[in-house]
Design a binder for this molecule. Sequence first.
Ligand SMILES: NC(=O)c1ccc[n+]([C@@H]2O[C@H](COP(=O)([O-])OP(=O)(O)OC[C@H]3O[C@@H](n4cnc5c(N)ncnc54)[C@H](O)[C@@H]3O)[C@@H](O)[C@H]2O)c1
Length: 304
Amino acid sequence: MPSIPAGSKRSIHSSAKRVLGKLRQLVVRHLTMKPFEGKVAIVTGSGRGIGRAVVLRLAEHGARVVINDLDAQPAAEVEAAIHSAGGEAVSVLGSVADPKVAIAMVEAAHGKWGRLDILVNNAGVTRDAMIHRMTDEQYNLVMDVVARGAFNCIRAAAPLLRDAGKKDRQAGNFVHRKIVNVSSIAGIHGAVGNANYAAAKAALIGLTKAIAKEWAPCLVNCNAVAPGIVDTRMTAARDDAQNPALGIPAEVREKIKGQMPFGRIGTPEDVAAAIEFLSSSASDFITGQVLQIDGGVEFINVVG
Ligand SMILES: NC(=O)c1ccc[n+]([C@@H]2O[C@H](COP(=O)([O-])OP(=O)(O)OC[C@H]3O[C@@H](n4cnc5c(N)ncnc54)[C@H](O)[C@@H]3O)[C@@H](O)[C@H]2O)c1
């Protein structure tokens, strides 16, 4: 067998070392890469509760995020928490019911990072009353924030979700973009004392299914989550003296707690985990669906 000259041996050895070094870099990069690295997300109503848990989770896993809320202080606290953990975030204050605020959120994502991958329509309110006593203001506010708000944000995001997805697909780049709408079990089953909320949350399910159909060719997945009762300001025991519009009566809360199959009500993190899944590439083949996150309360107590 002919012998390999010493010089060639050295060069084969150093090429192999270079290839191994590159391979090692790739493996390390793969192992340390966060699942939402490079992605940009908008989460509405993310100063508190479920939205806060979602935006913190997406940022922790590498997403750059647009925070939105009506209230400046909770939004600033979430933004500061993300920055101090080394993440990137920007806040856009104002109501999702205002189309200009929806446009401002999309412009913030585009202006700062040039793209949008995930839109979570989470902002919501309640103004509870039995229907024969419900005012036009109570009905309109909930419809405007929940149903109209999600519509405003989806329409404003069309250039960065629909059009960008269409271009990517035409270029052979099959990367999915995601919309997750936060509905409620009230939108599926109805609820006593908040017909406005049930109607708005049902509208959100219709919107979810329509967008799933319209934007599937552009590789945009649109799904909804329908939480049961979750421990947030929205479901805190109502203090009528402080704010009769917020929370639910303490006795109703206790009754619901007593019916929970797992012996507890949900946490914002329970819902955020499902929204993270529906925002991730793990759910690329799922669209137009409504995922109930209610600790089994509806299935076990209603179905029998
Ligand atoms: N908590 C529950 O049991 C429960 C159950 C089912 C569905 N949901 C839904 O989950 C979503 C989040 O609710 P939560 O329980 O975290 O409530 P929350 O009150 O704790 O948080 C909602 C946040 O949205 C903000 N917000 C309200 N109106 C807004 C608007 N017009 N524009 C922008 N921001 C606005 C509020 O300031 C608040 O910070 C809502 O859509 C709600 O309907 C909640």
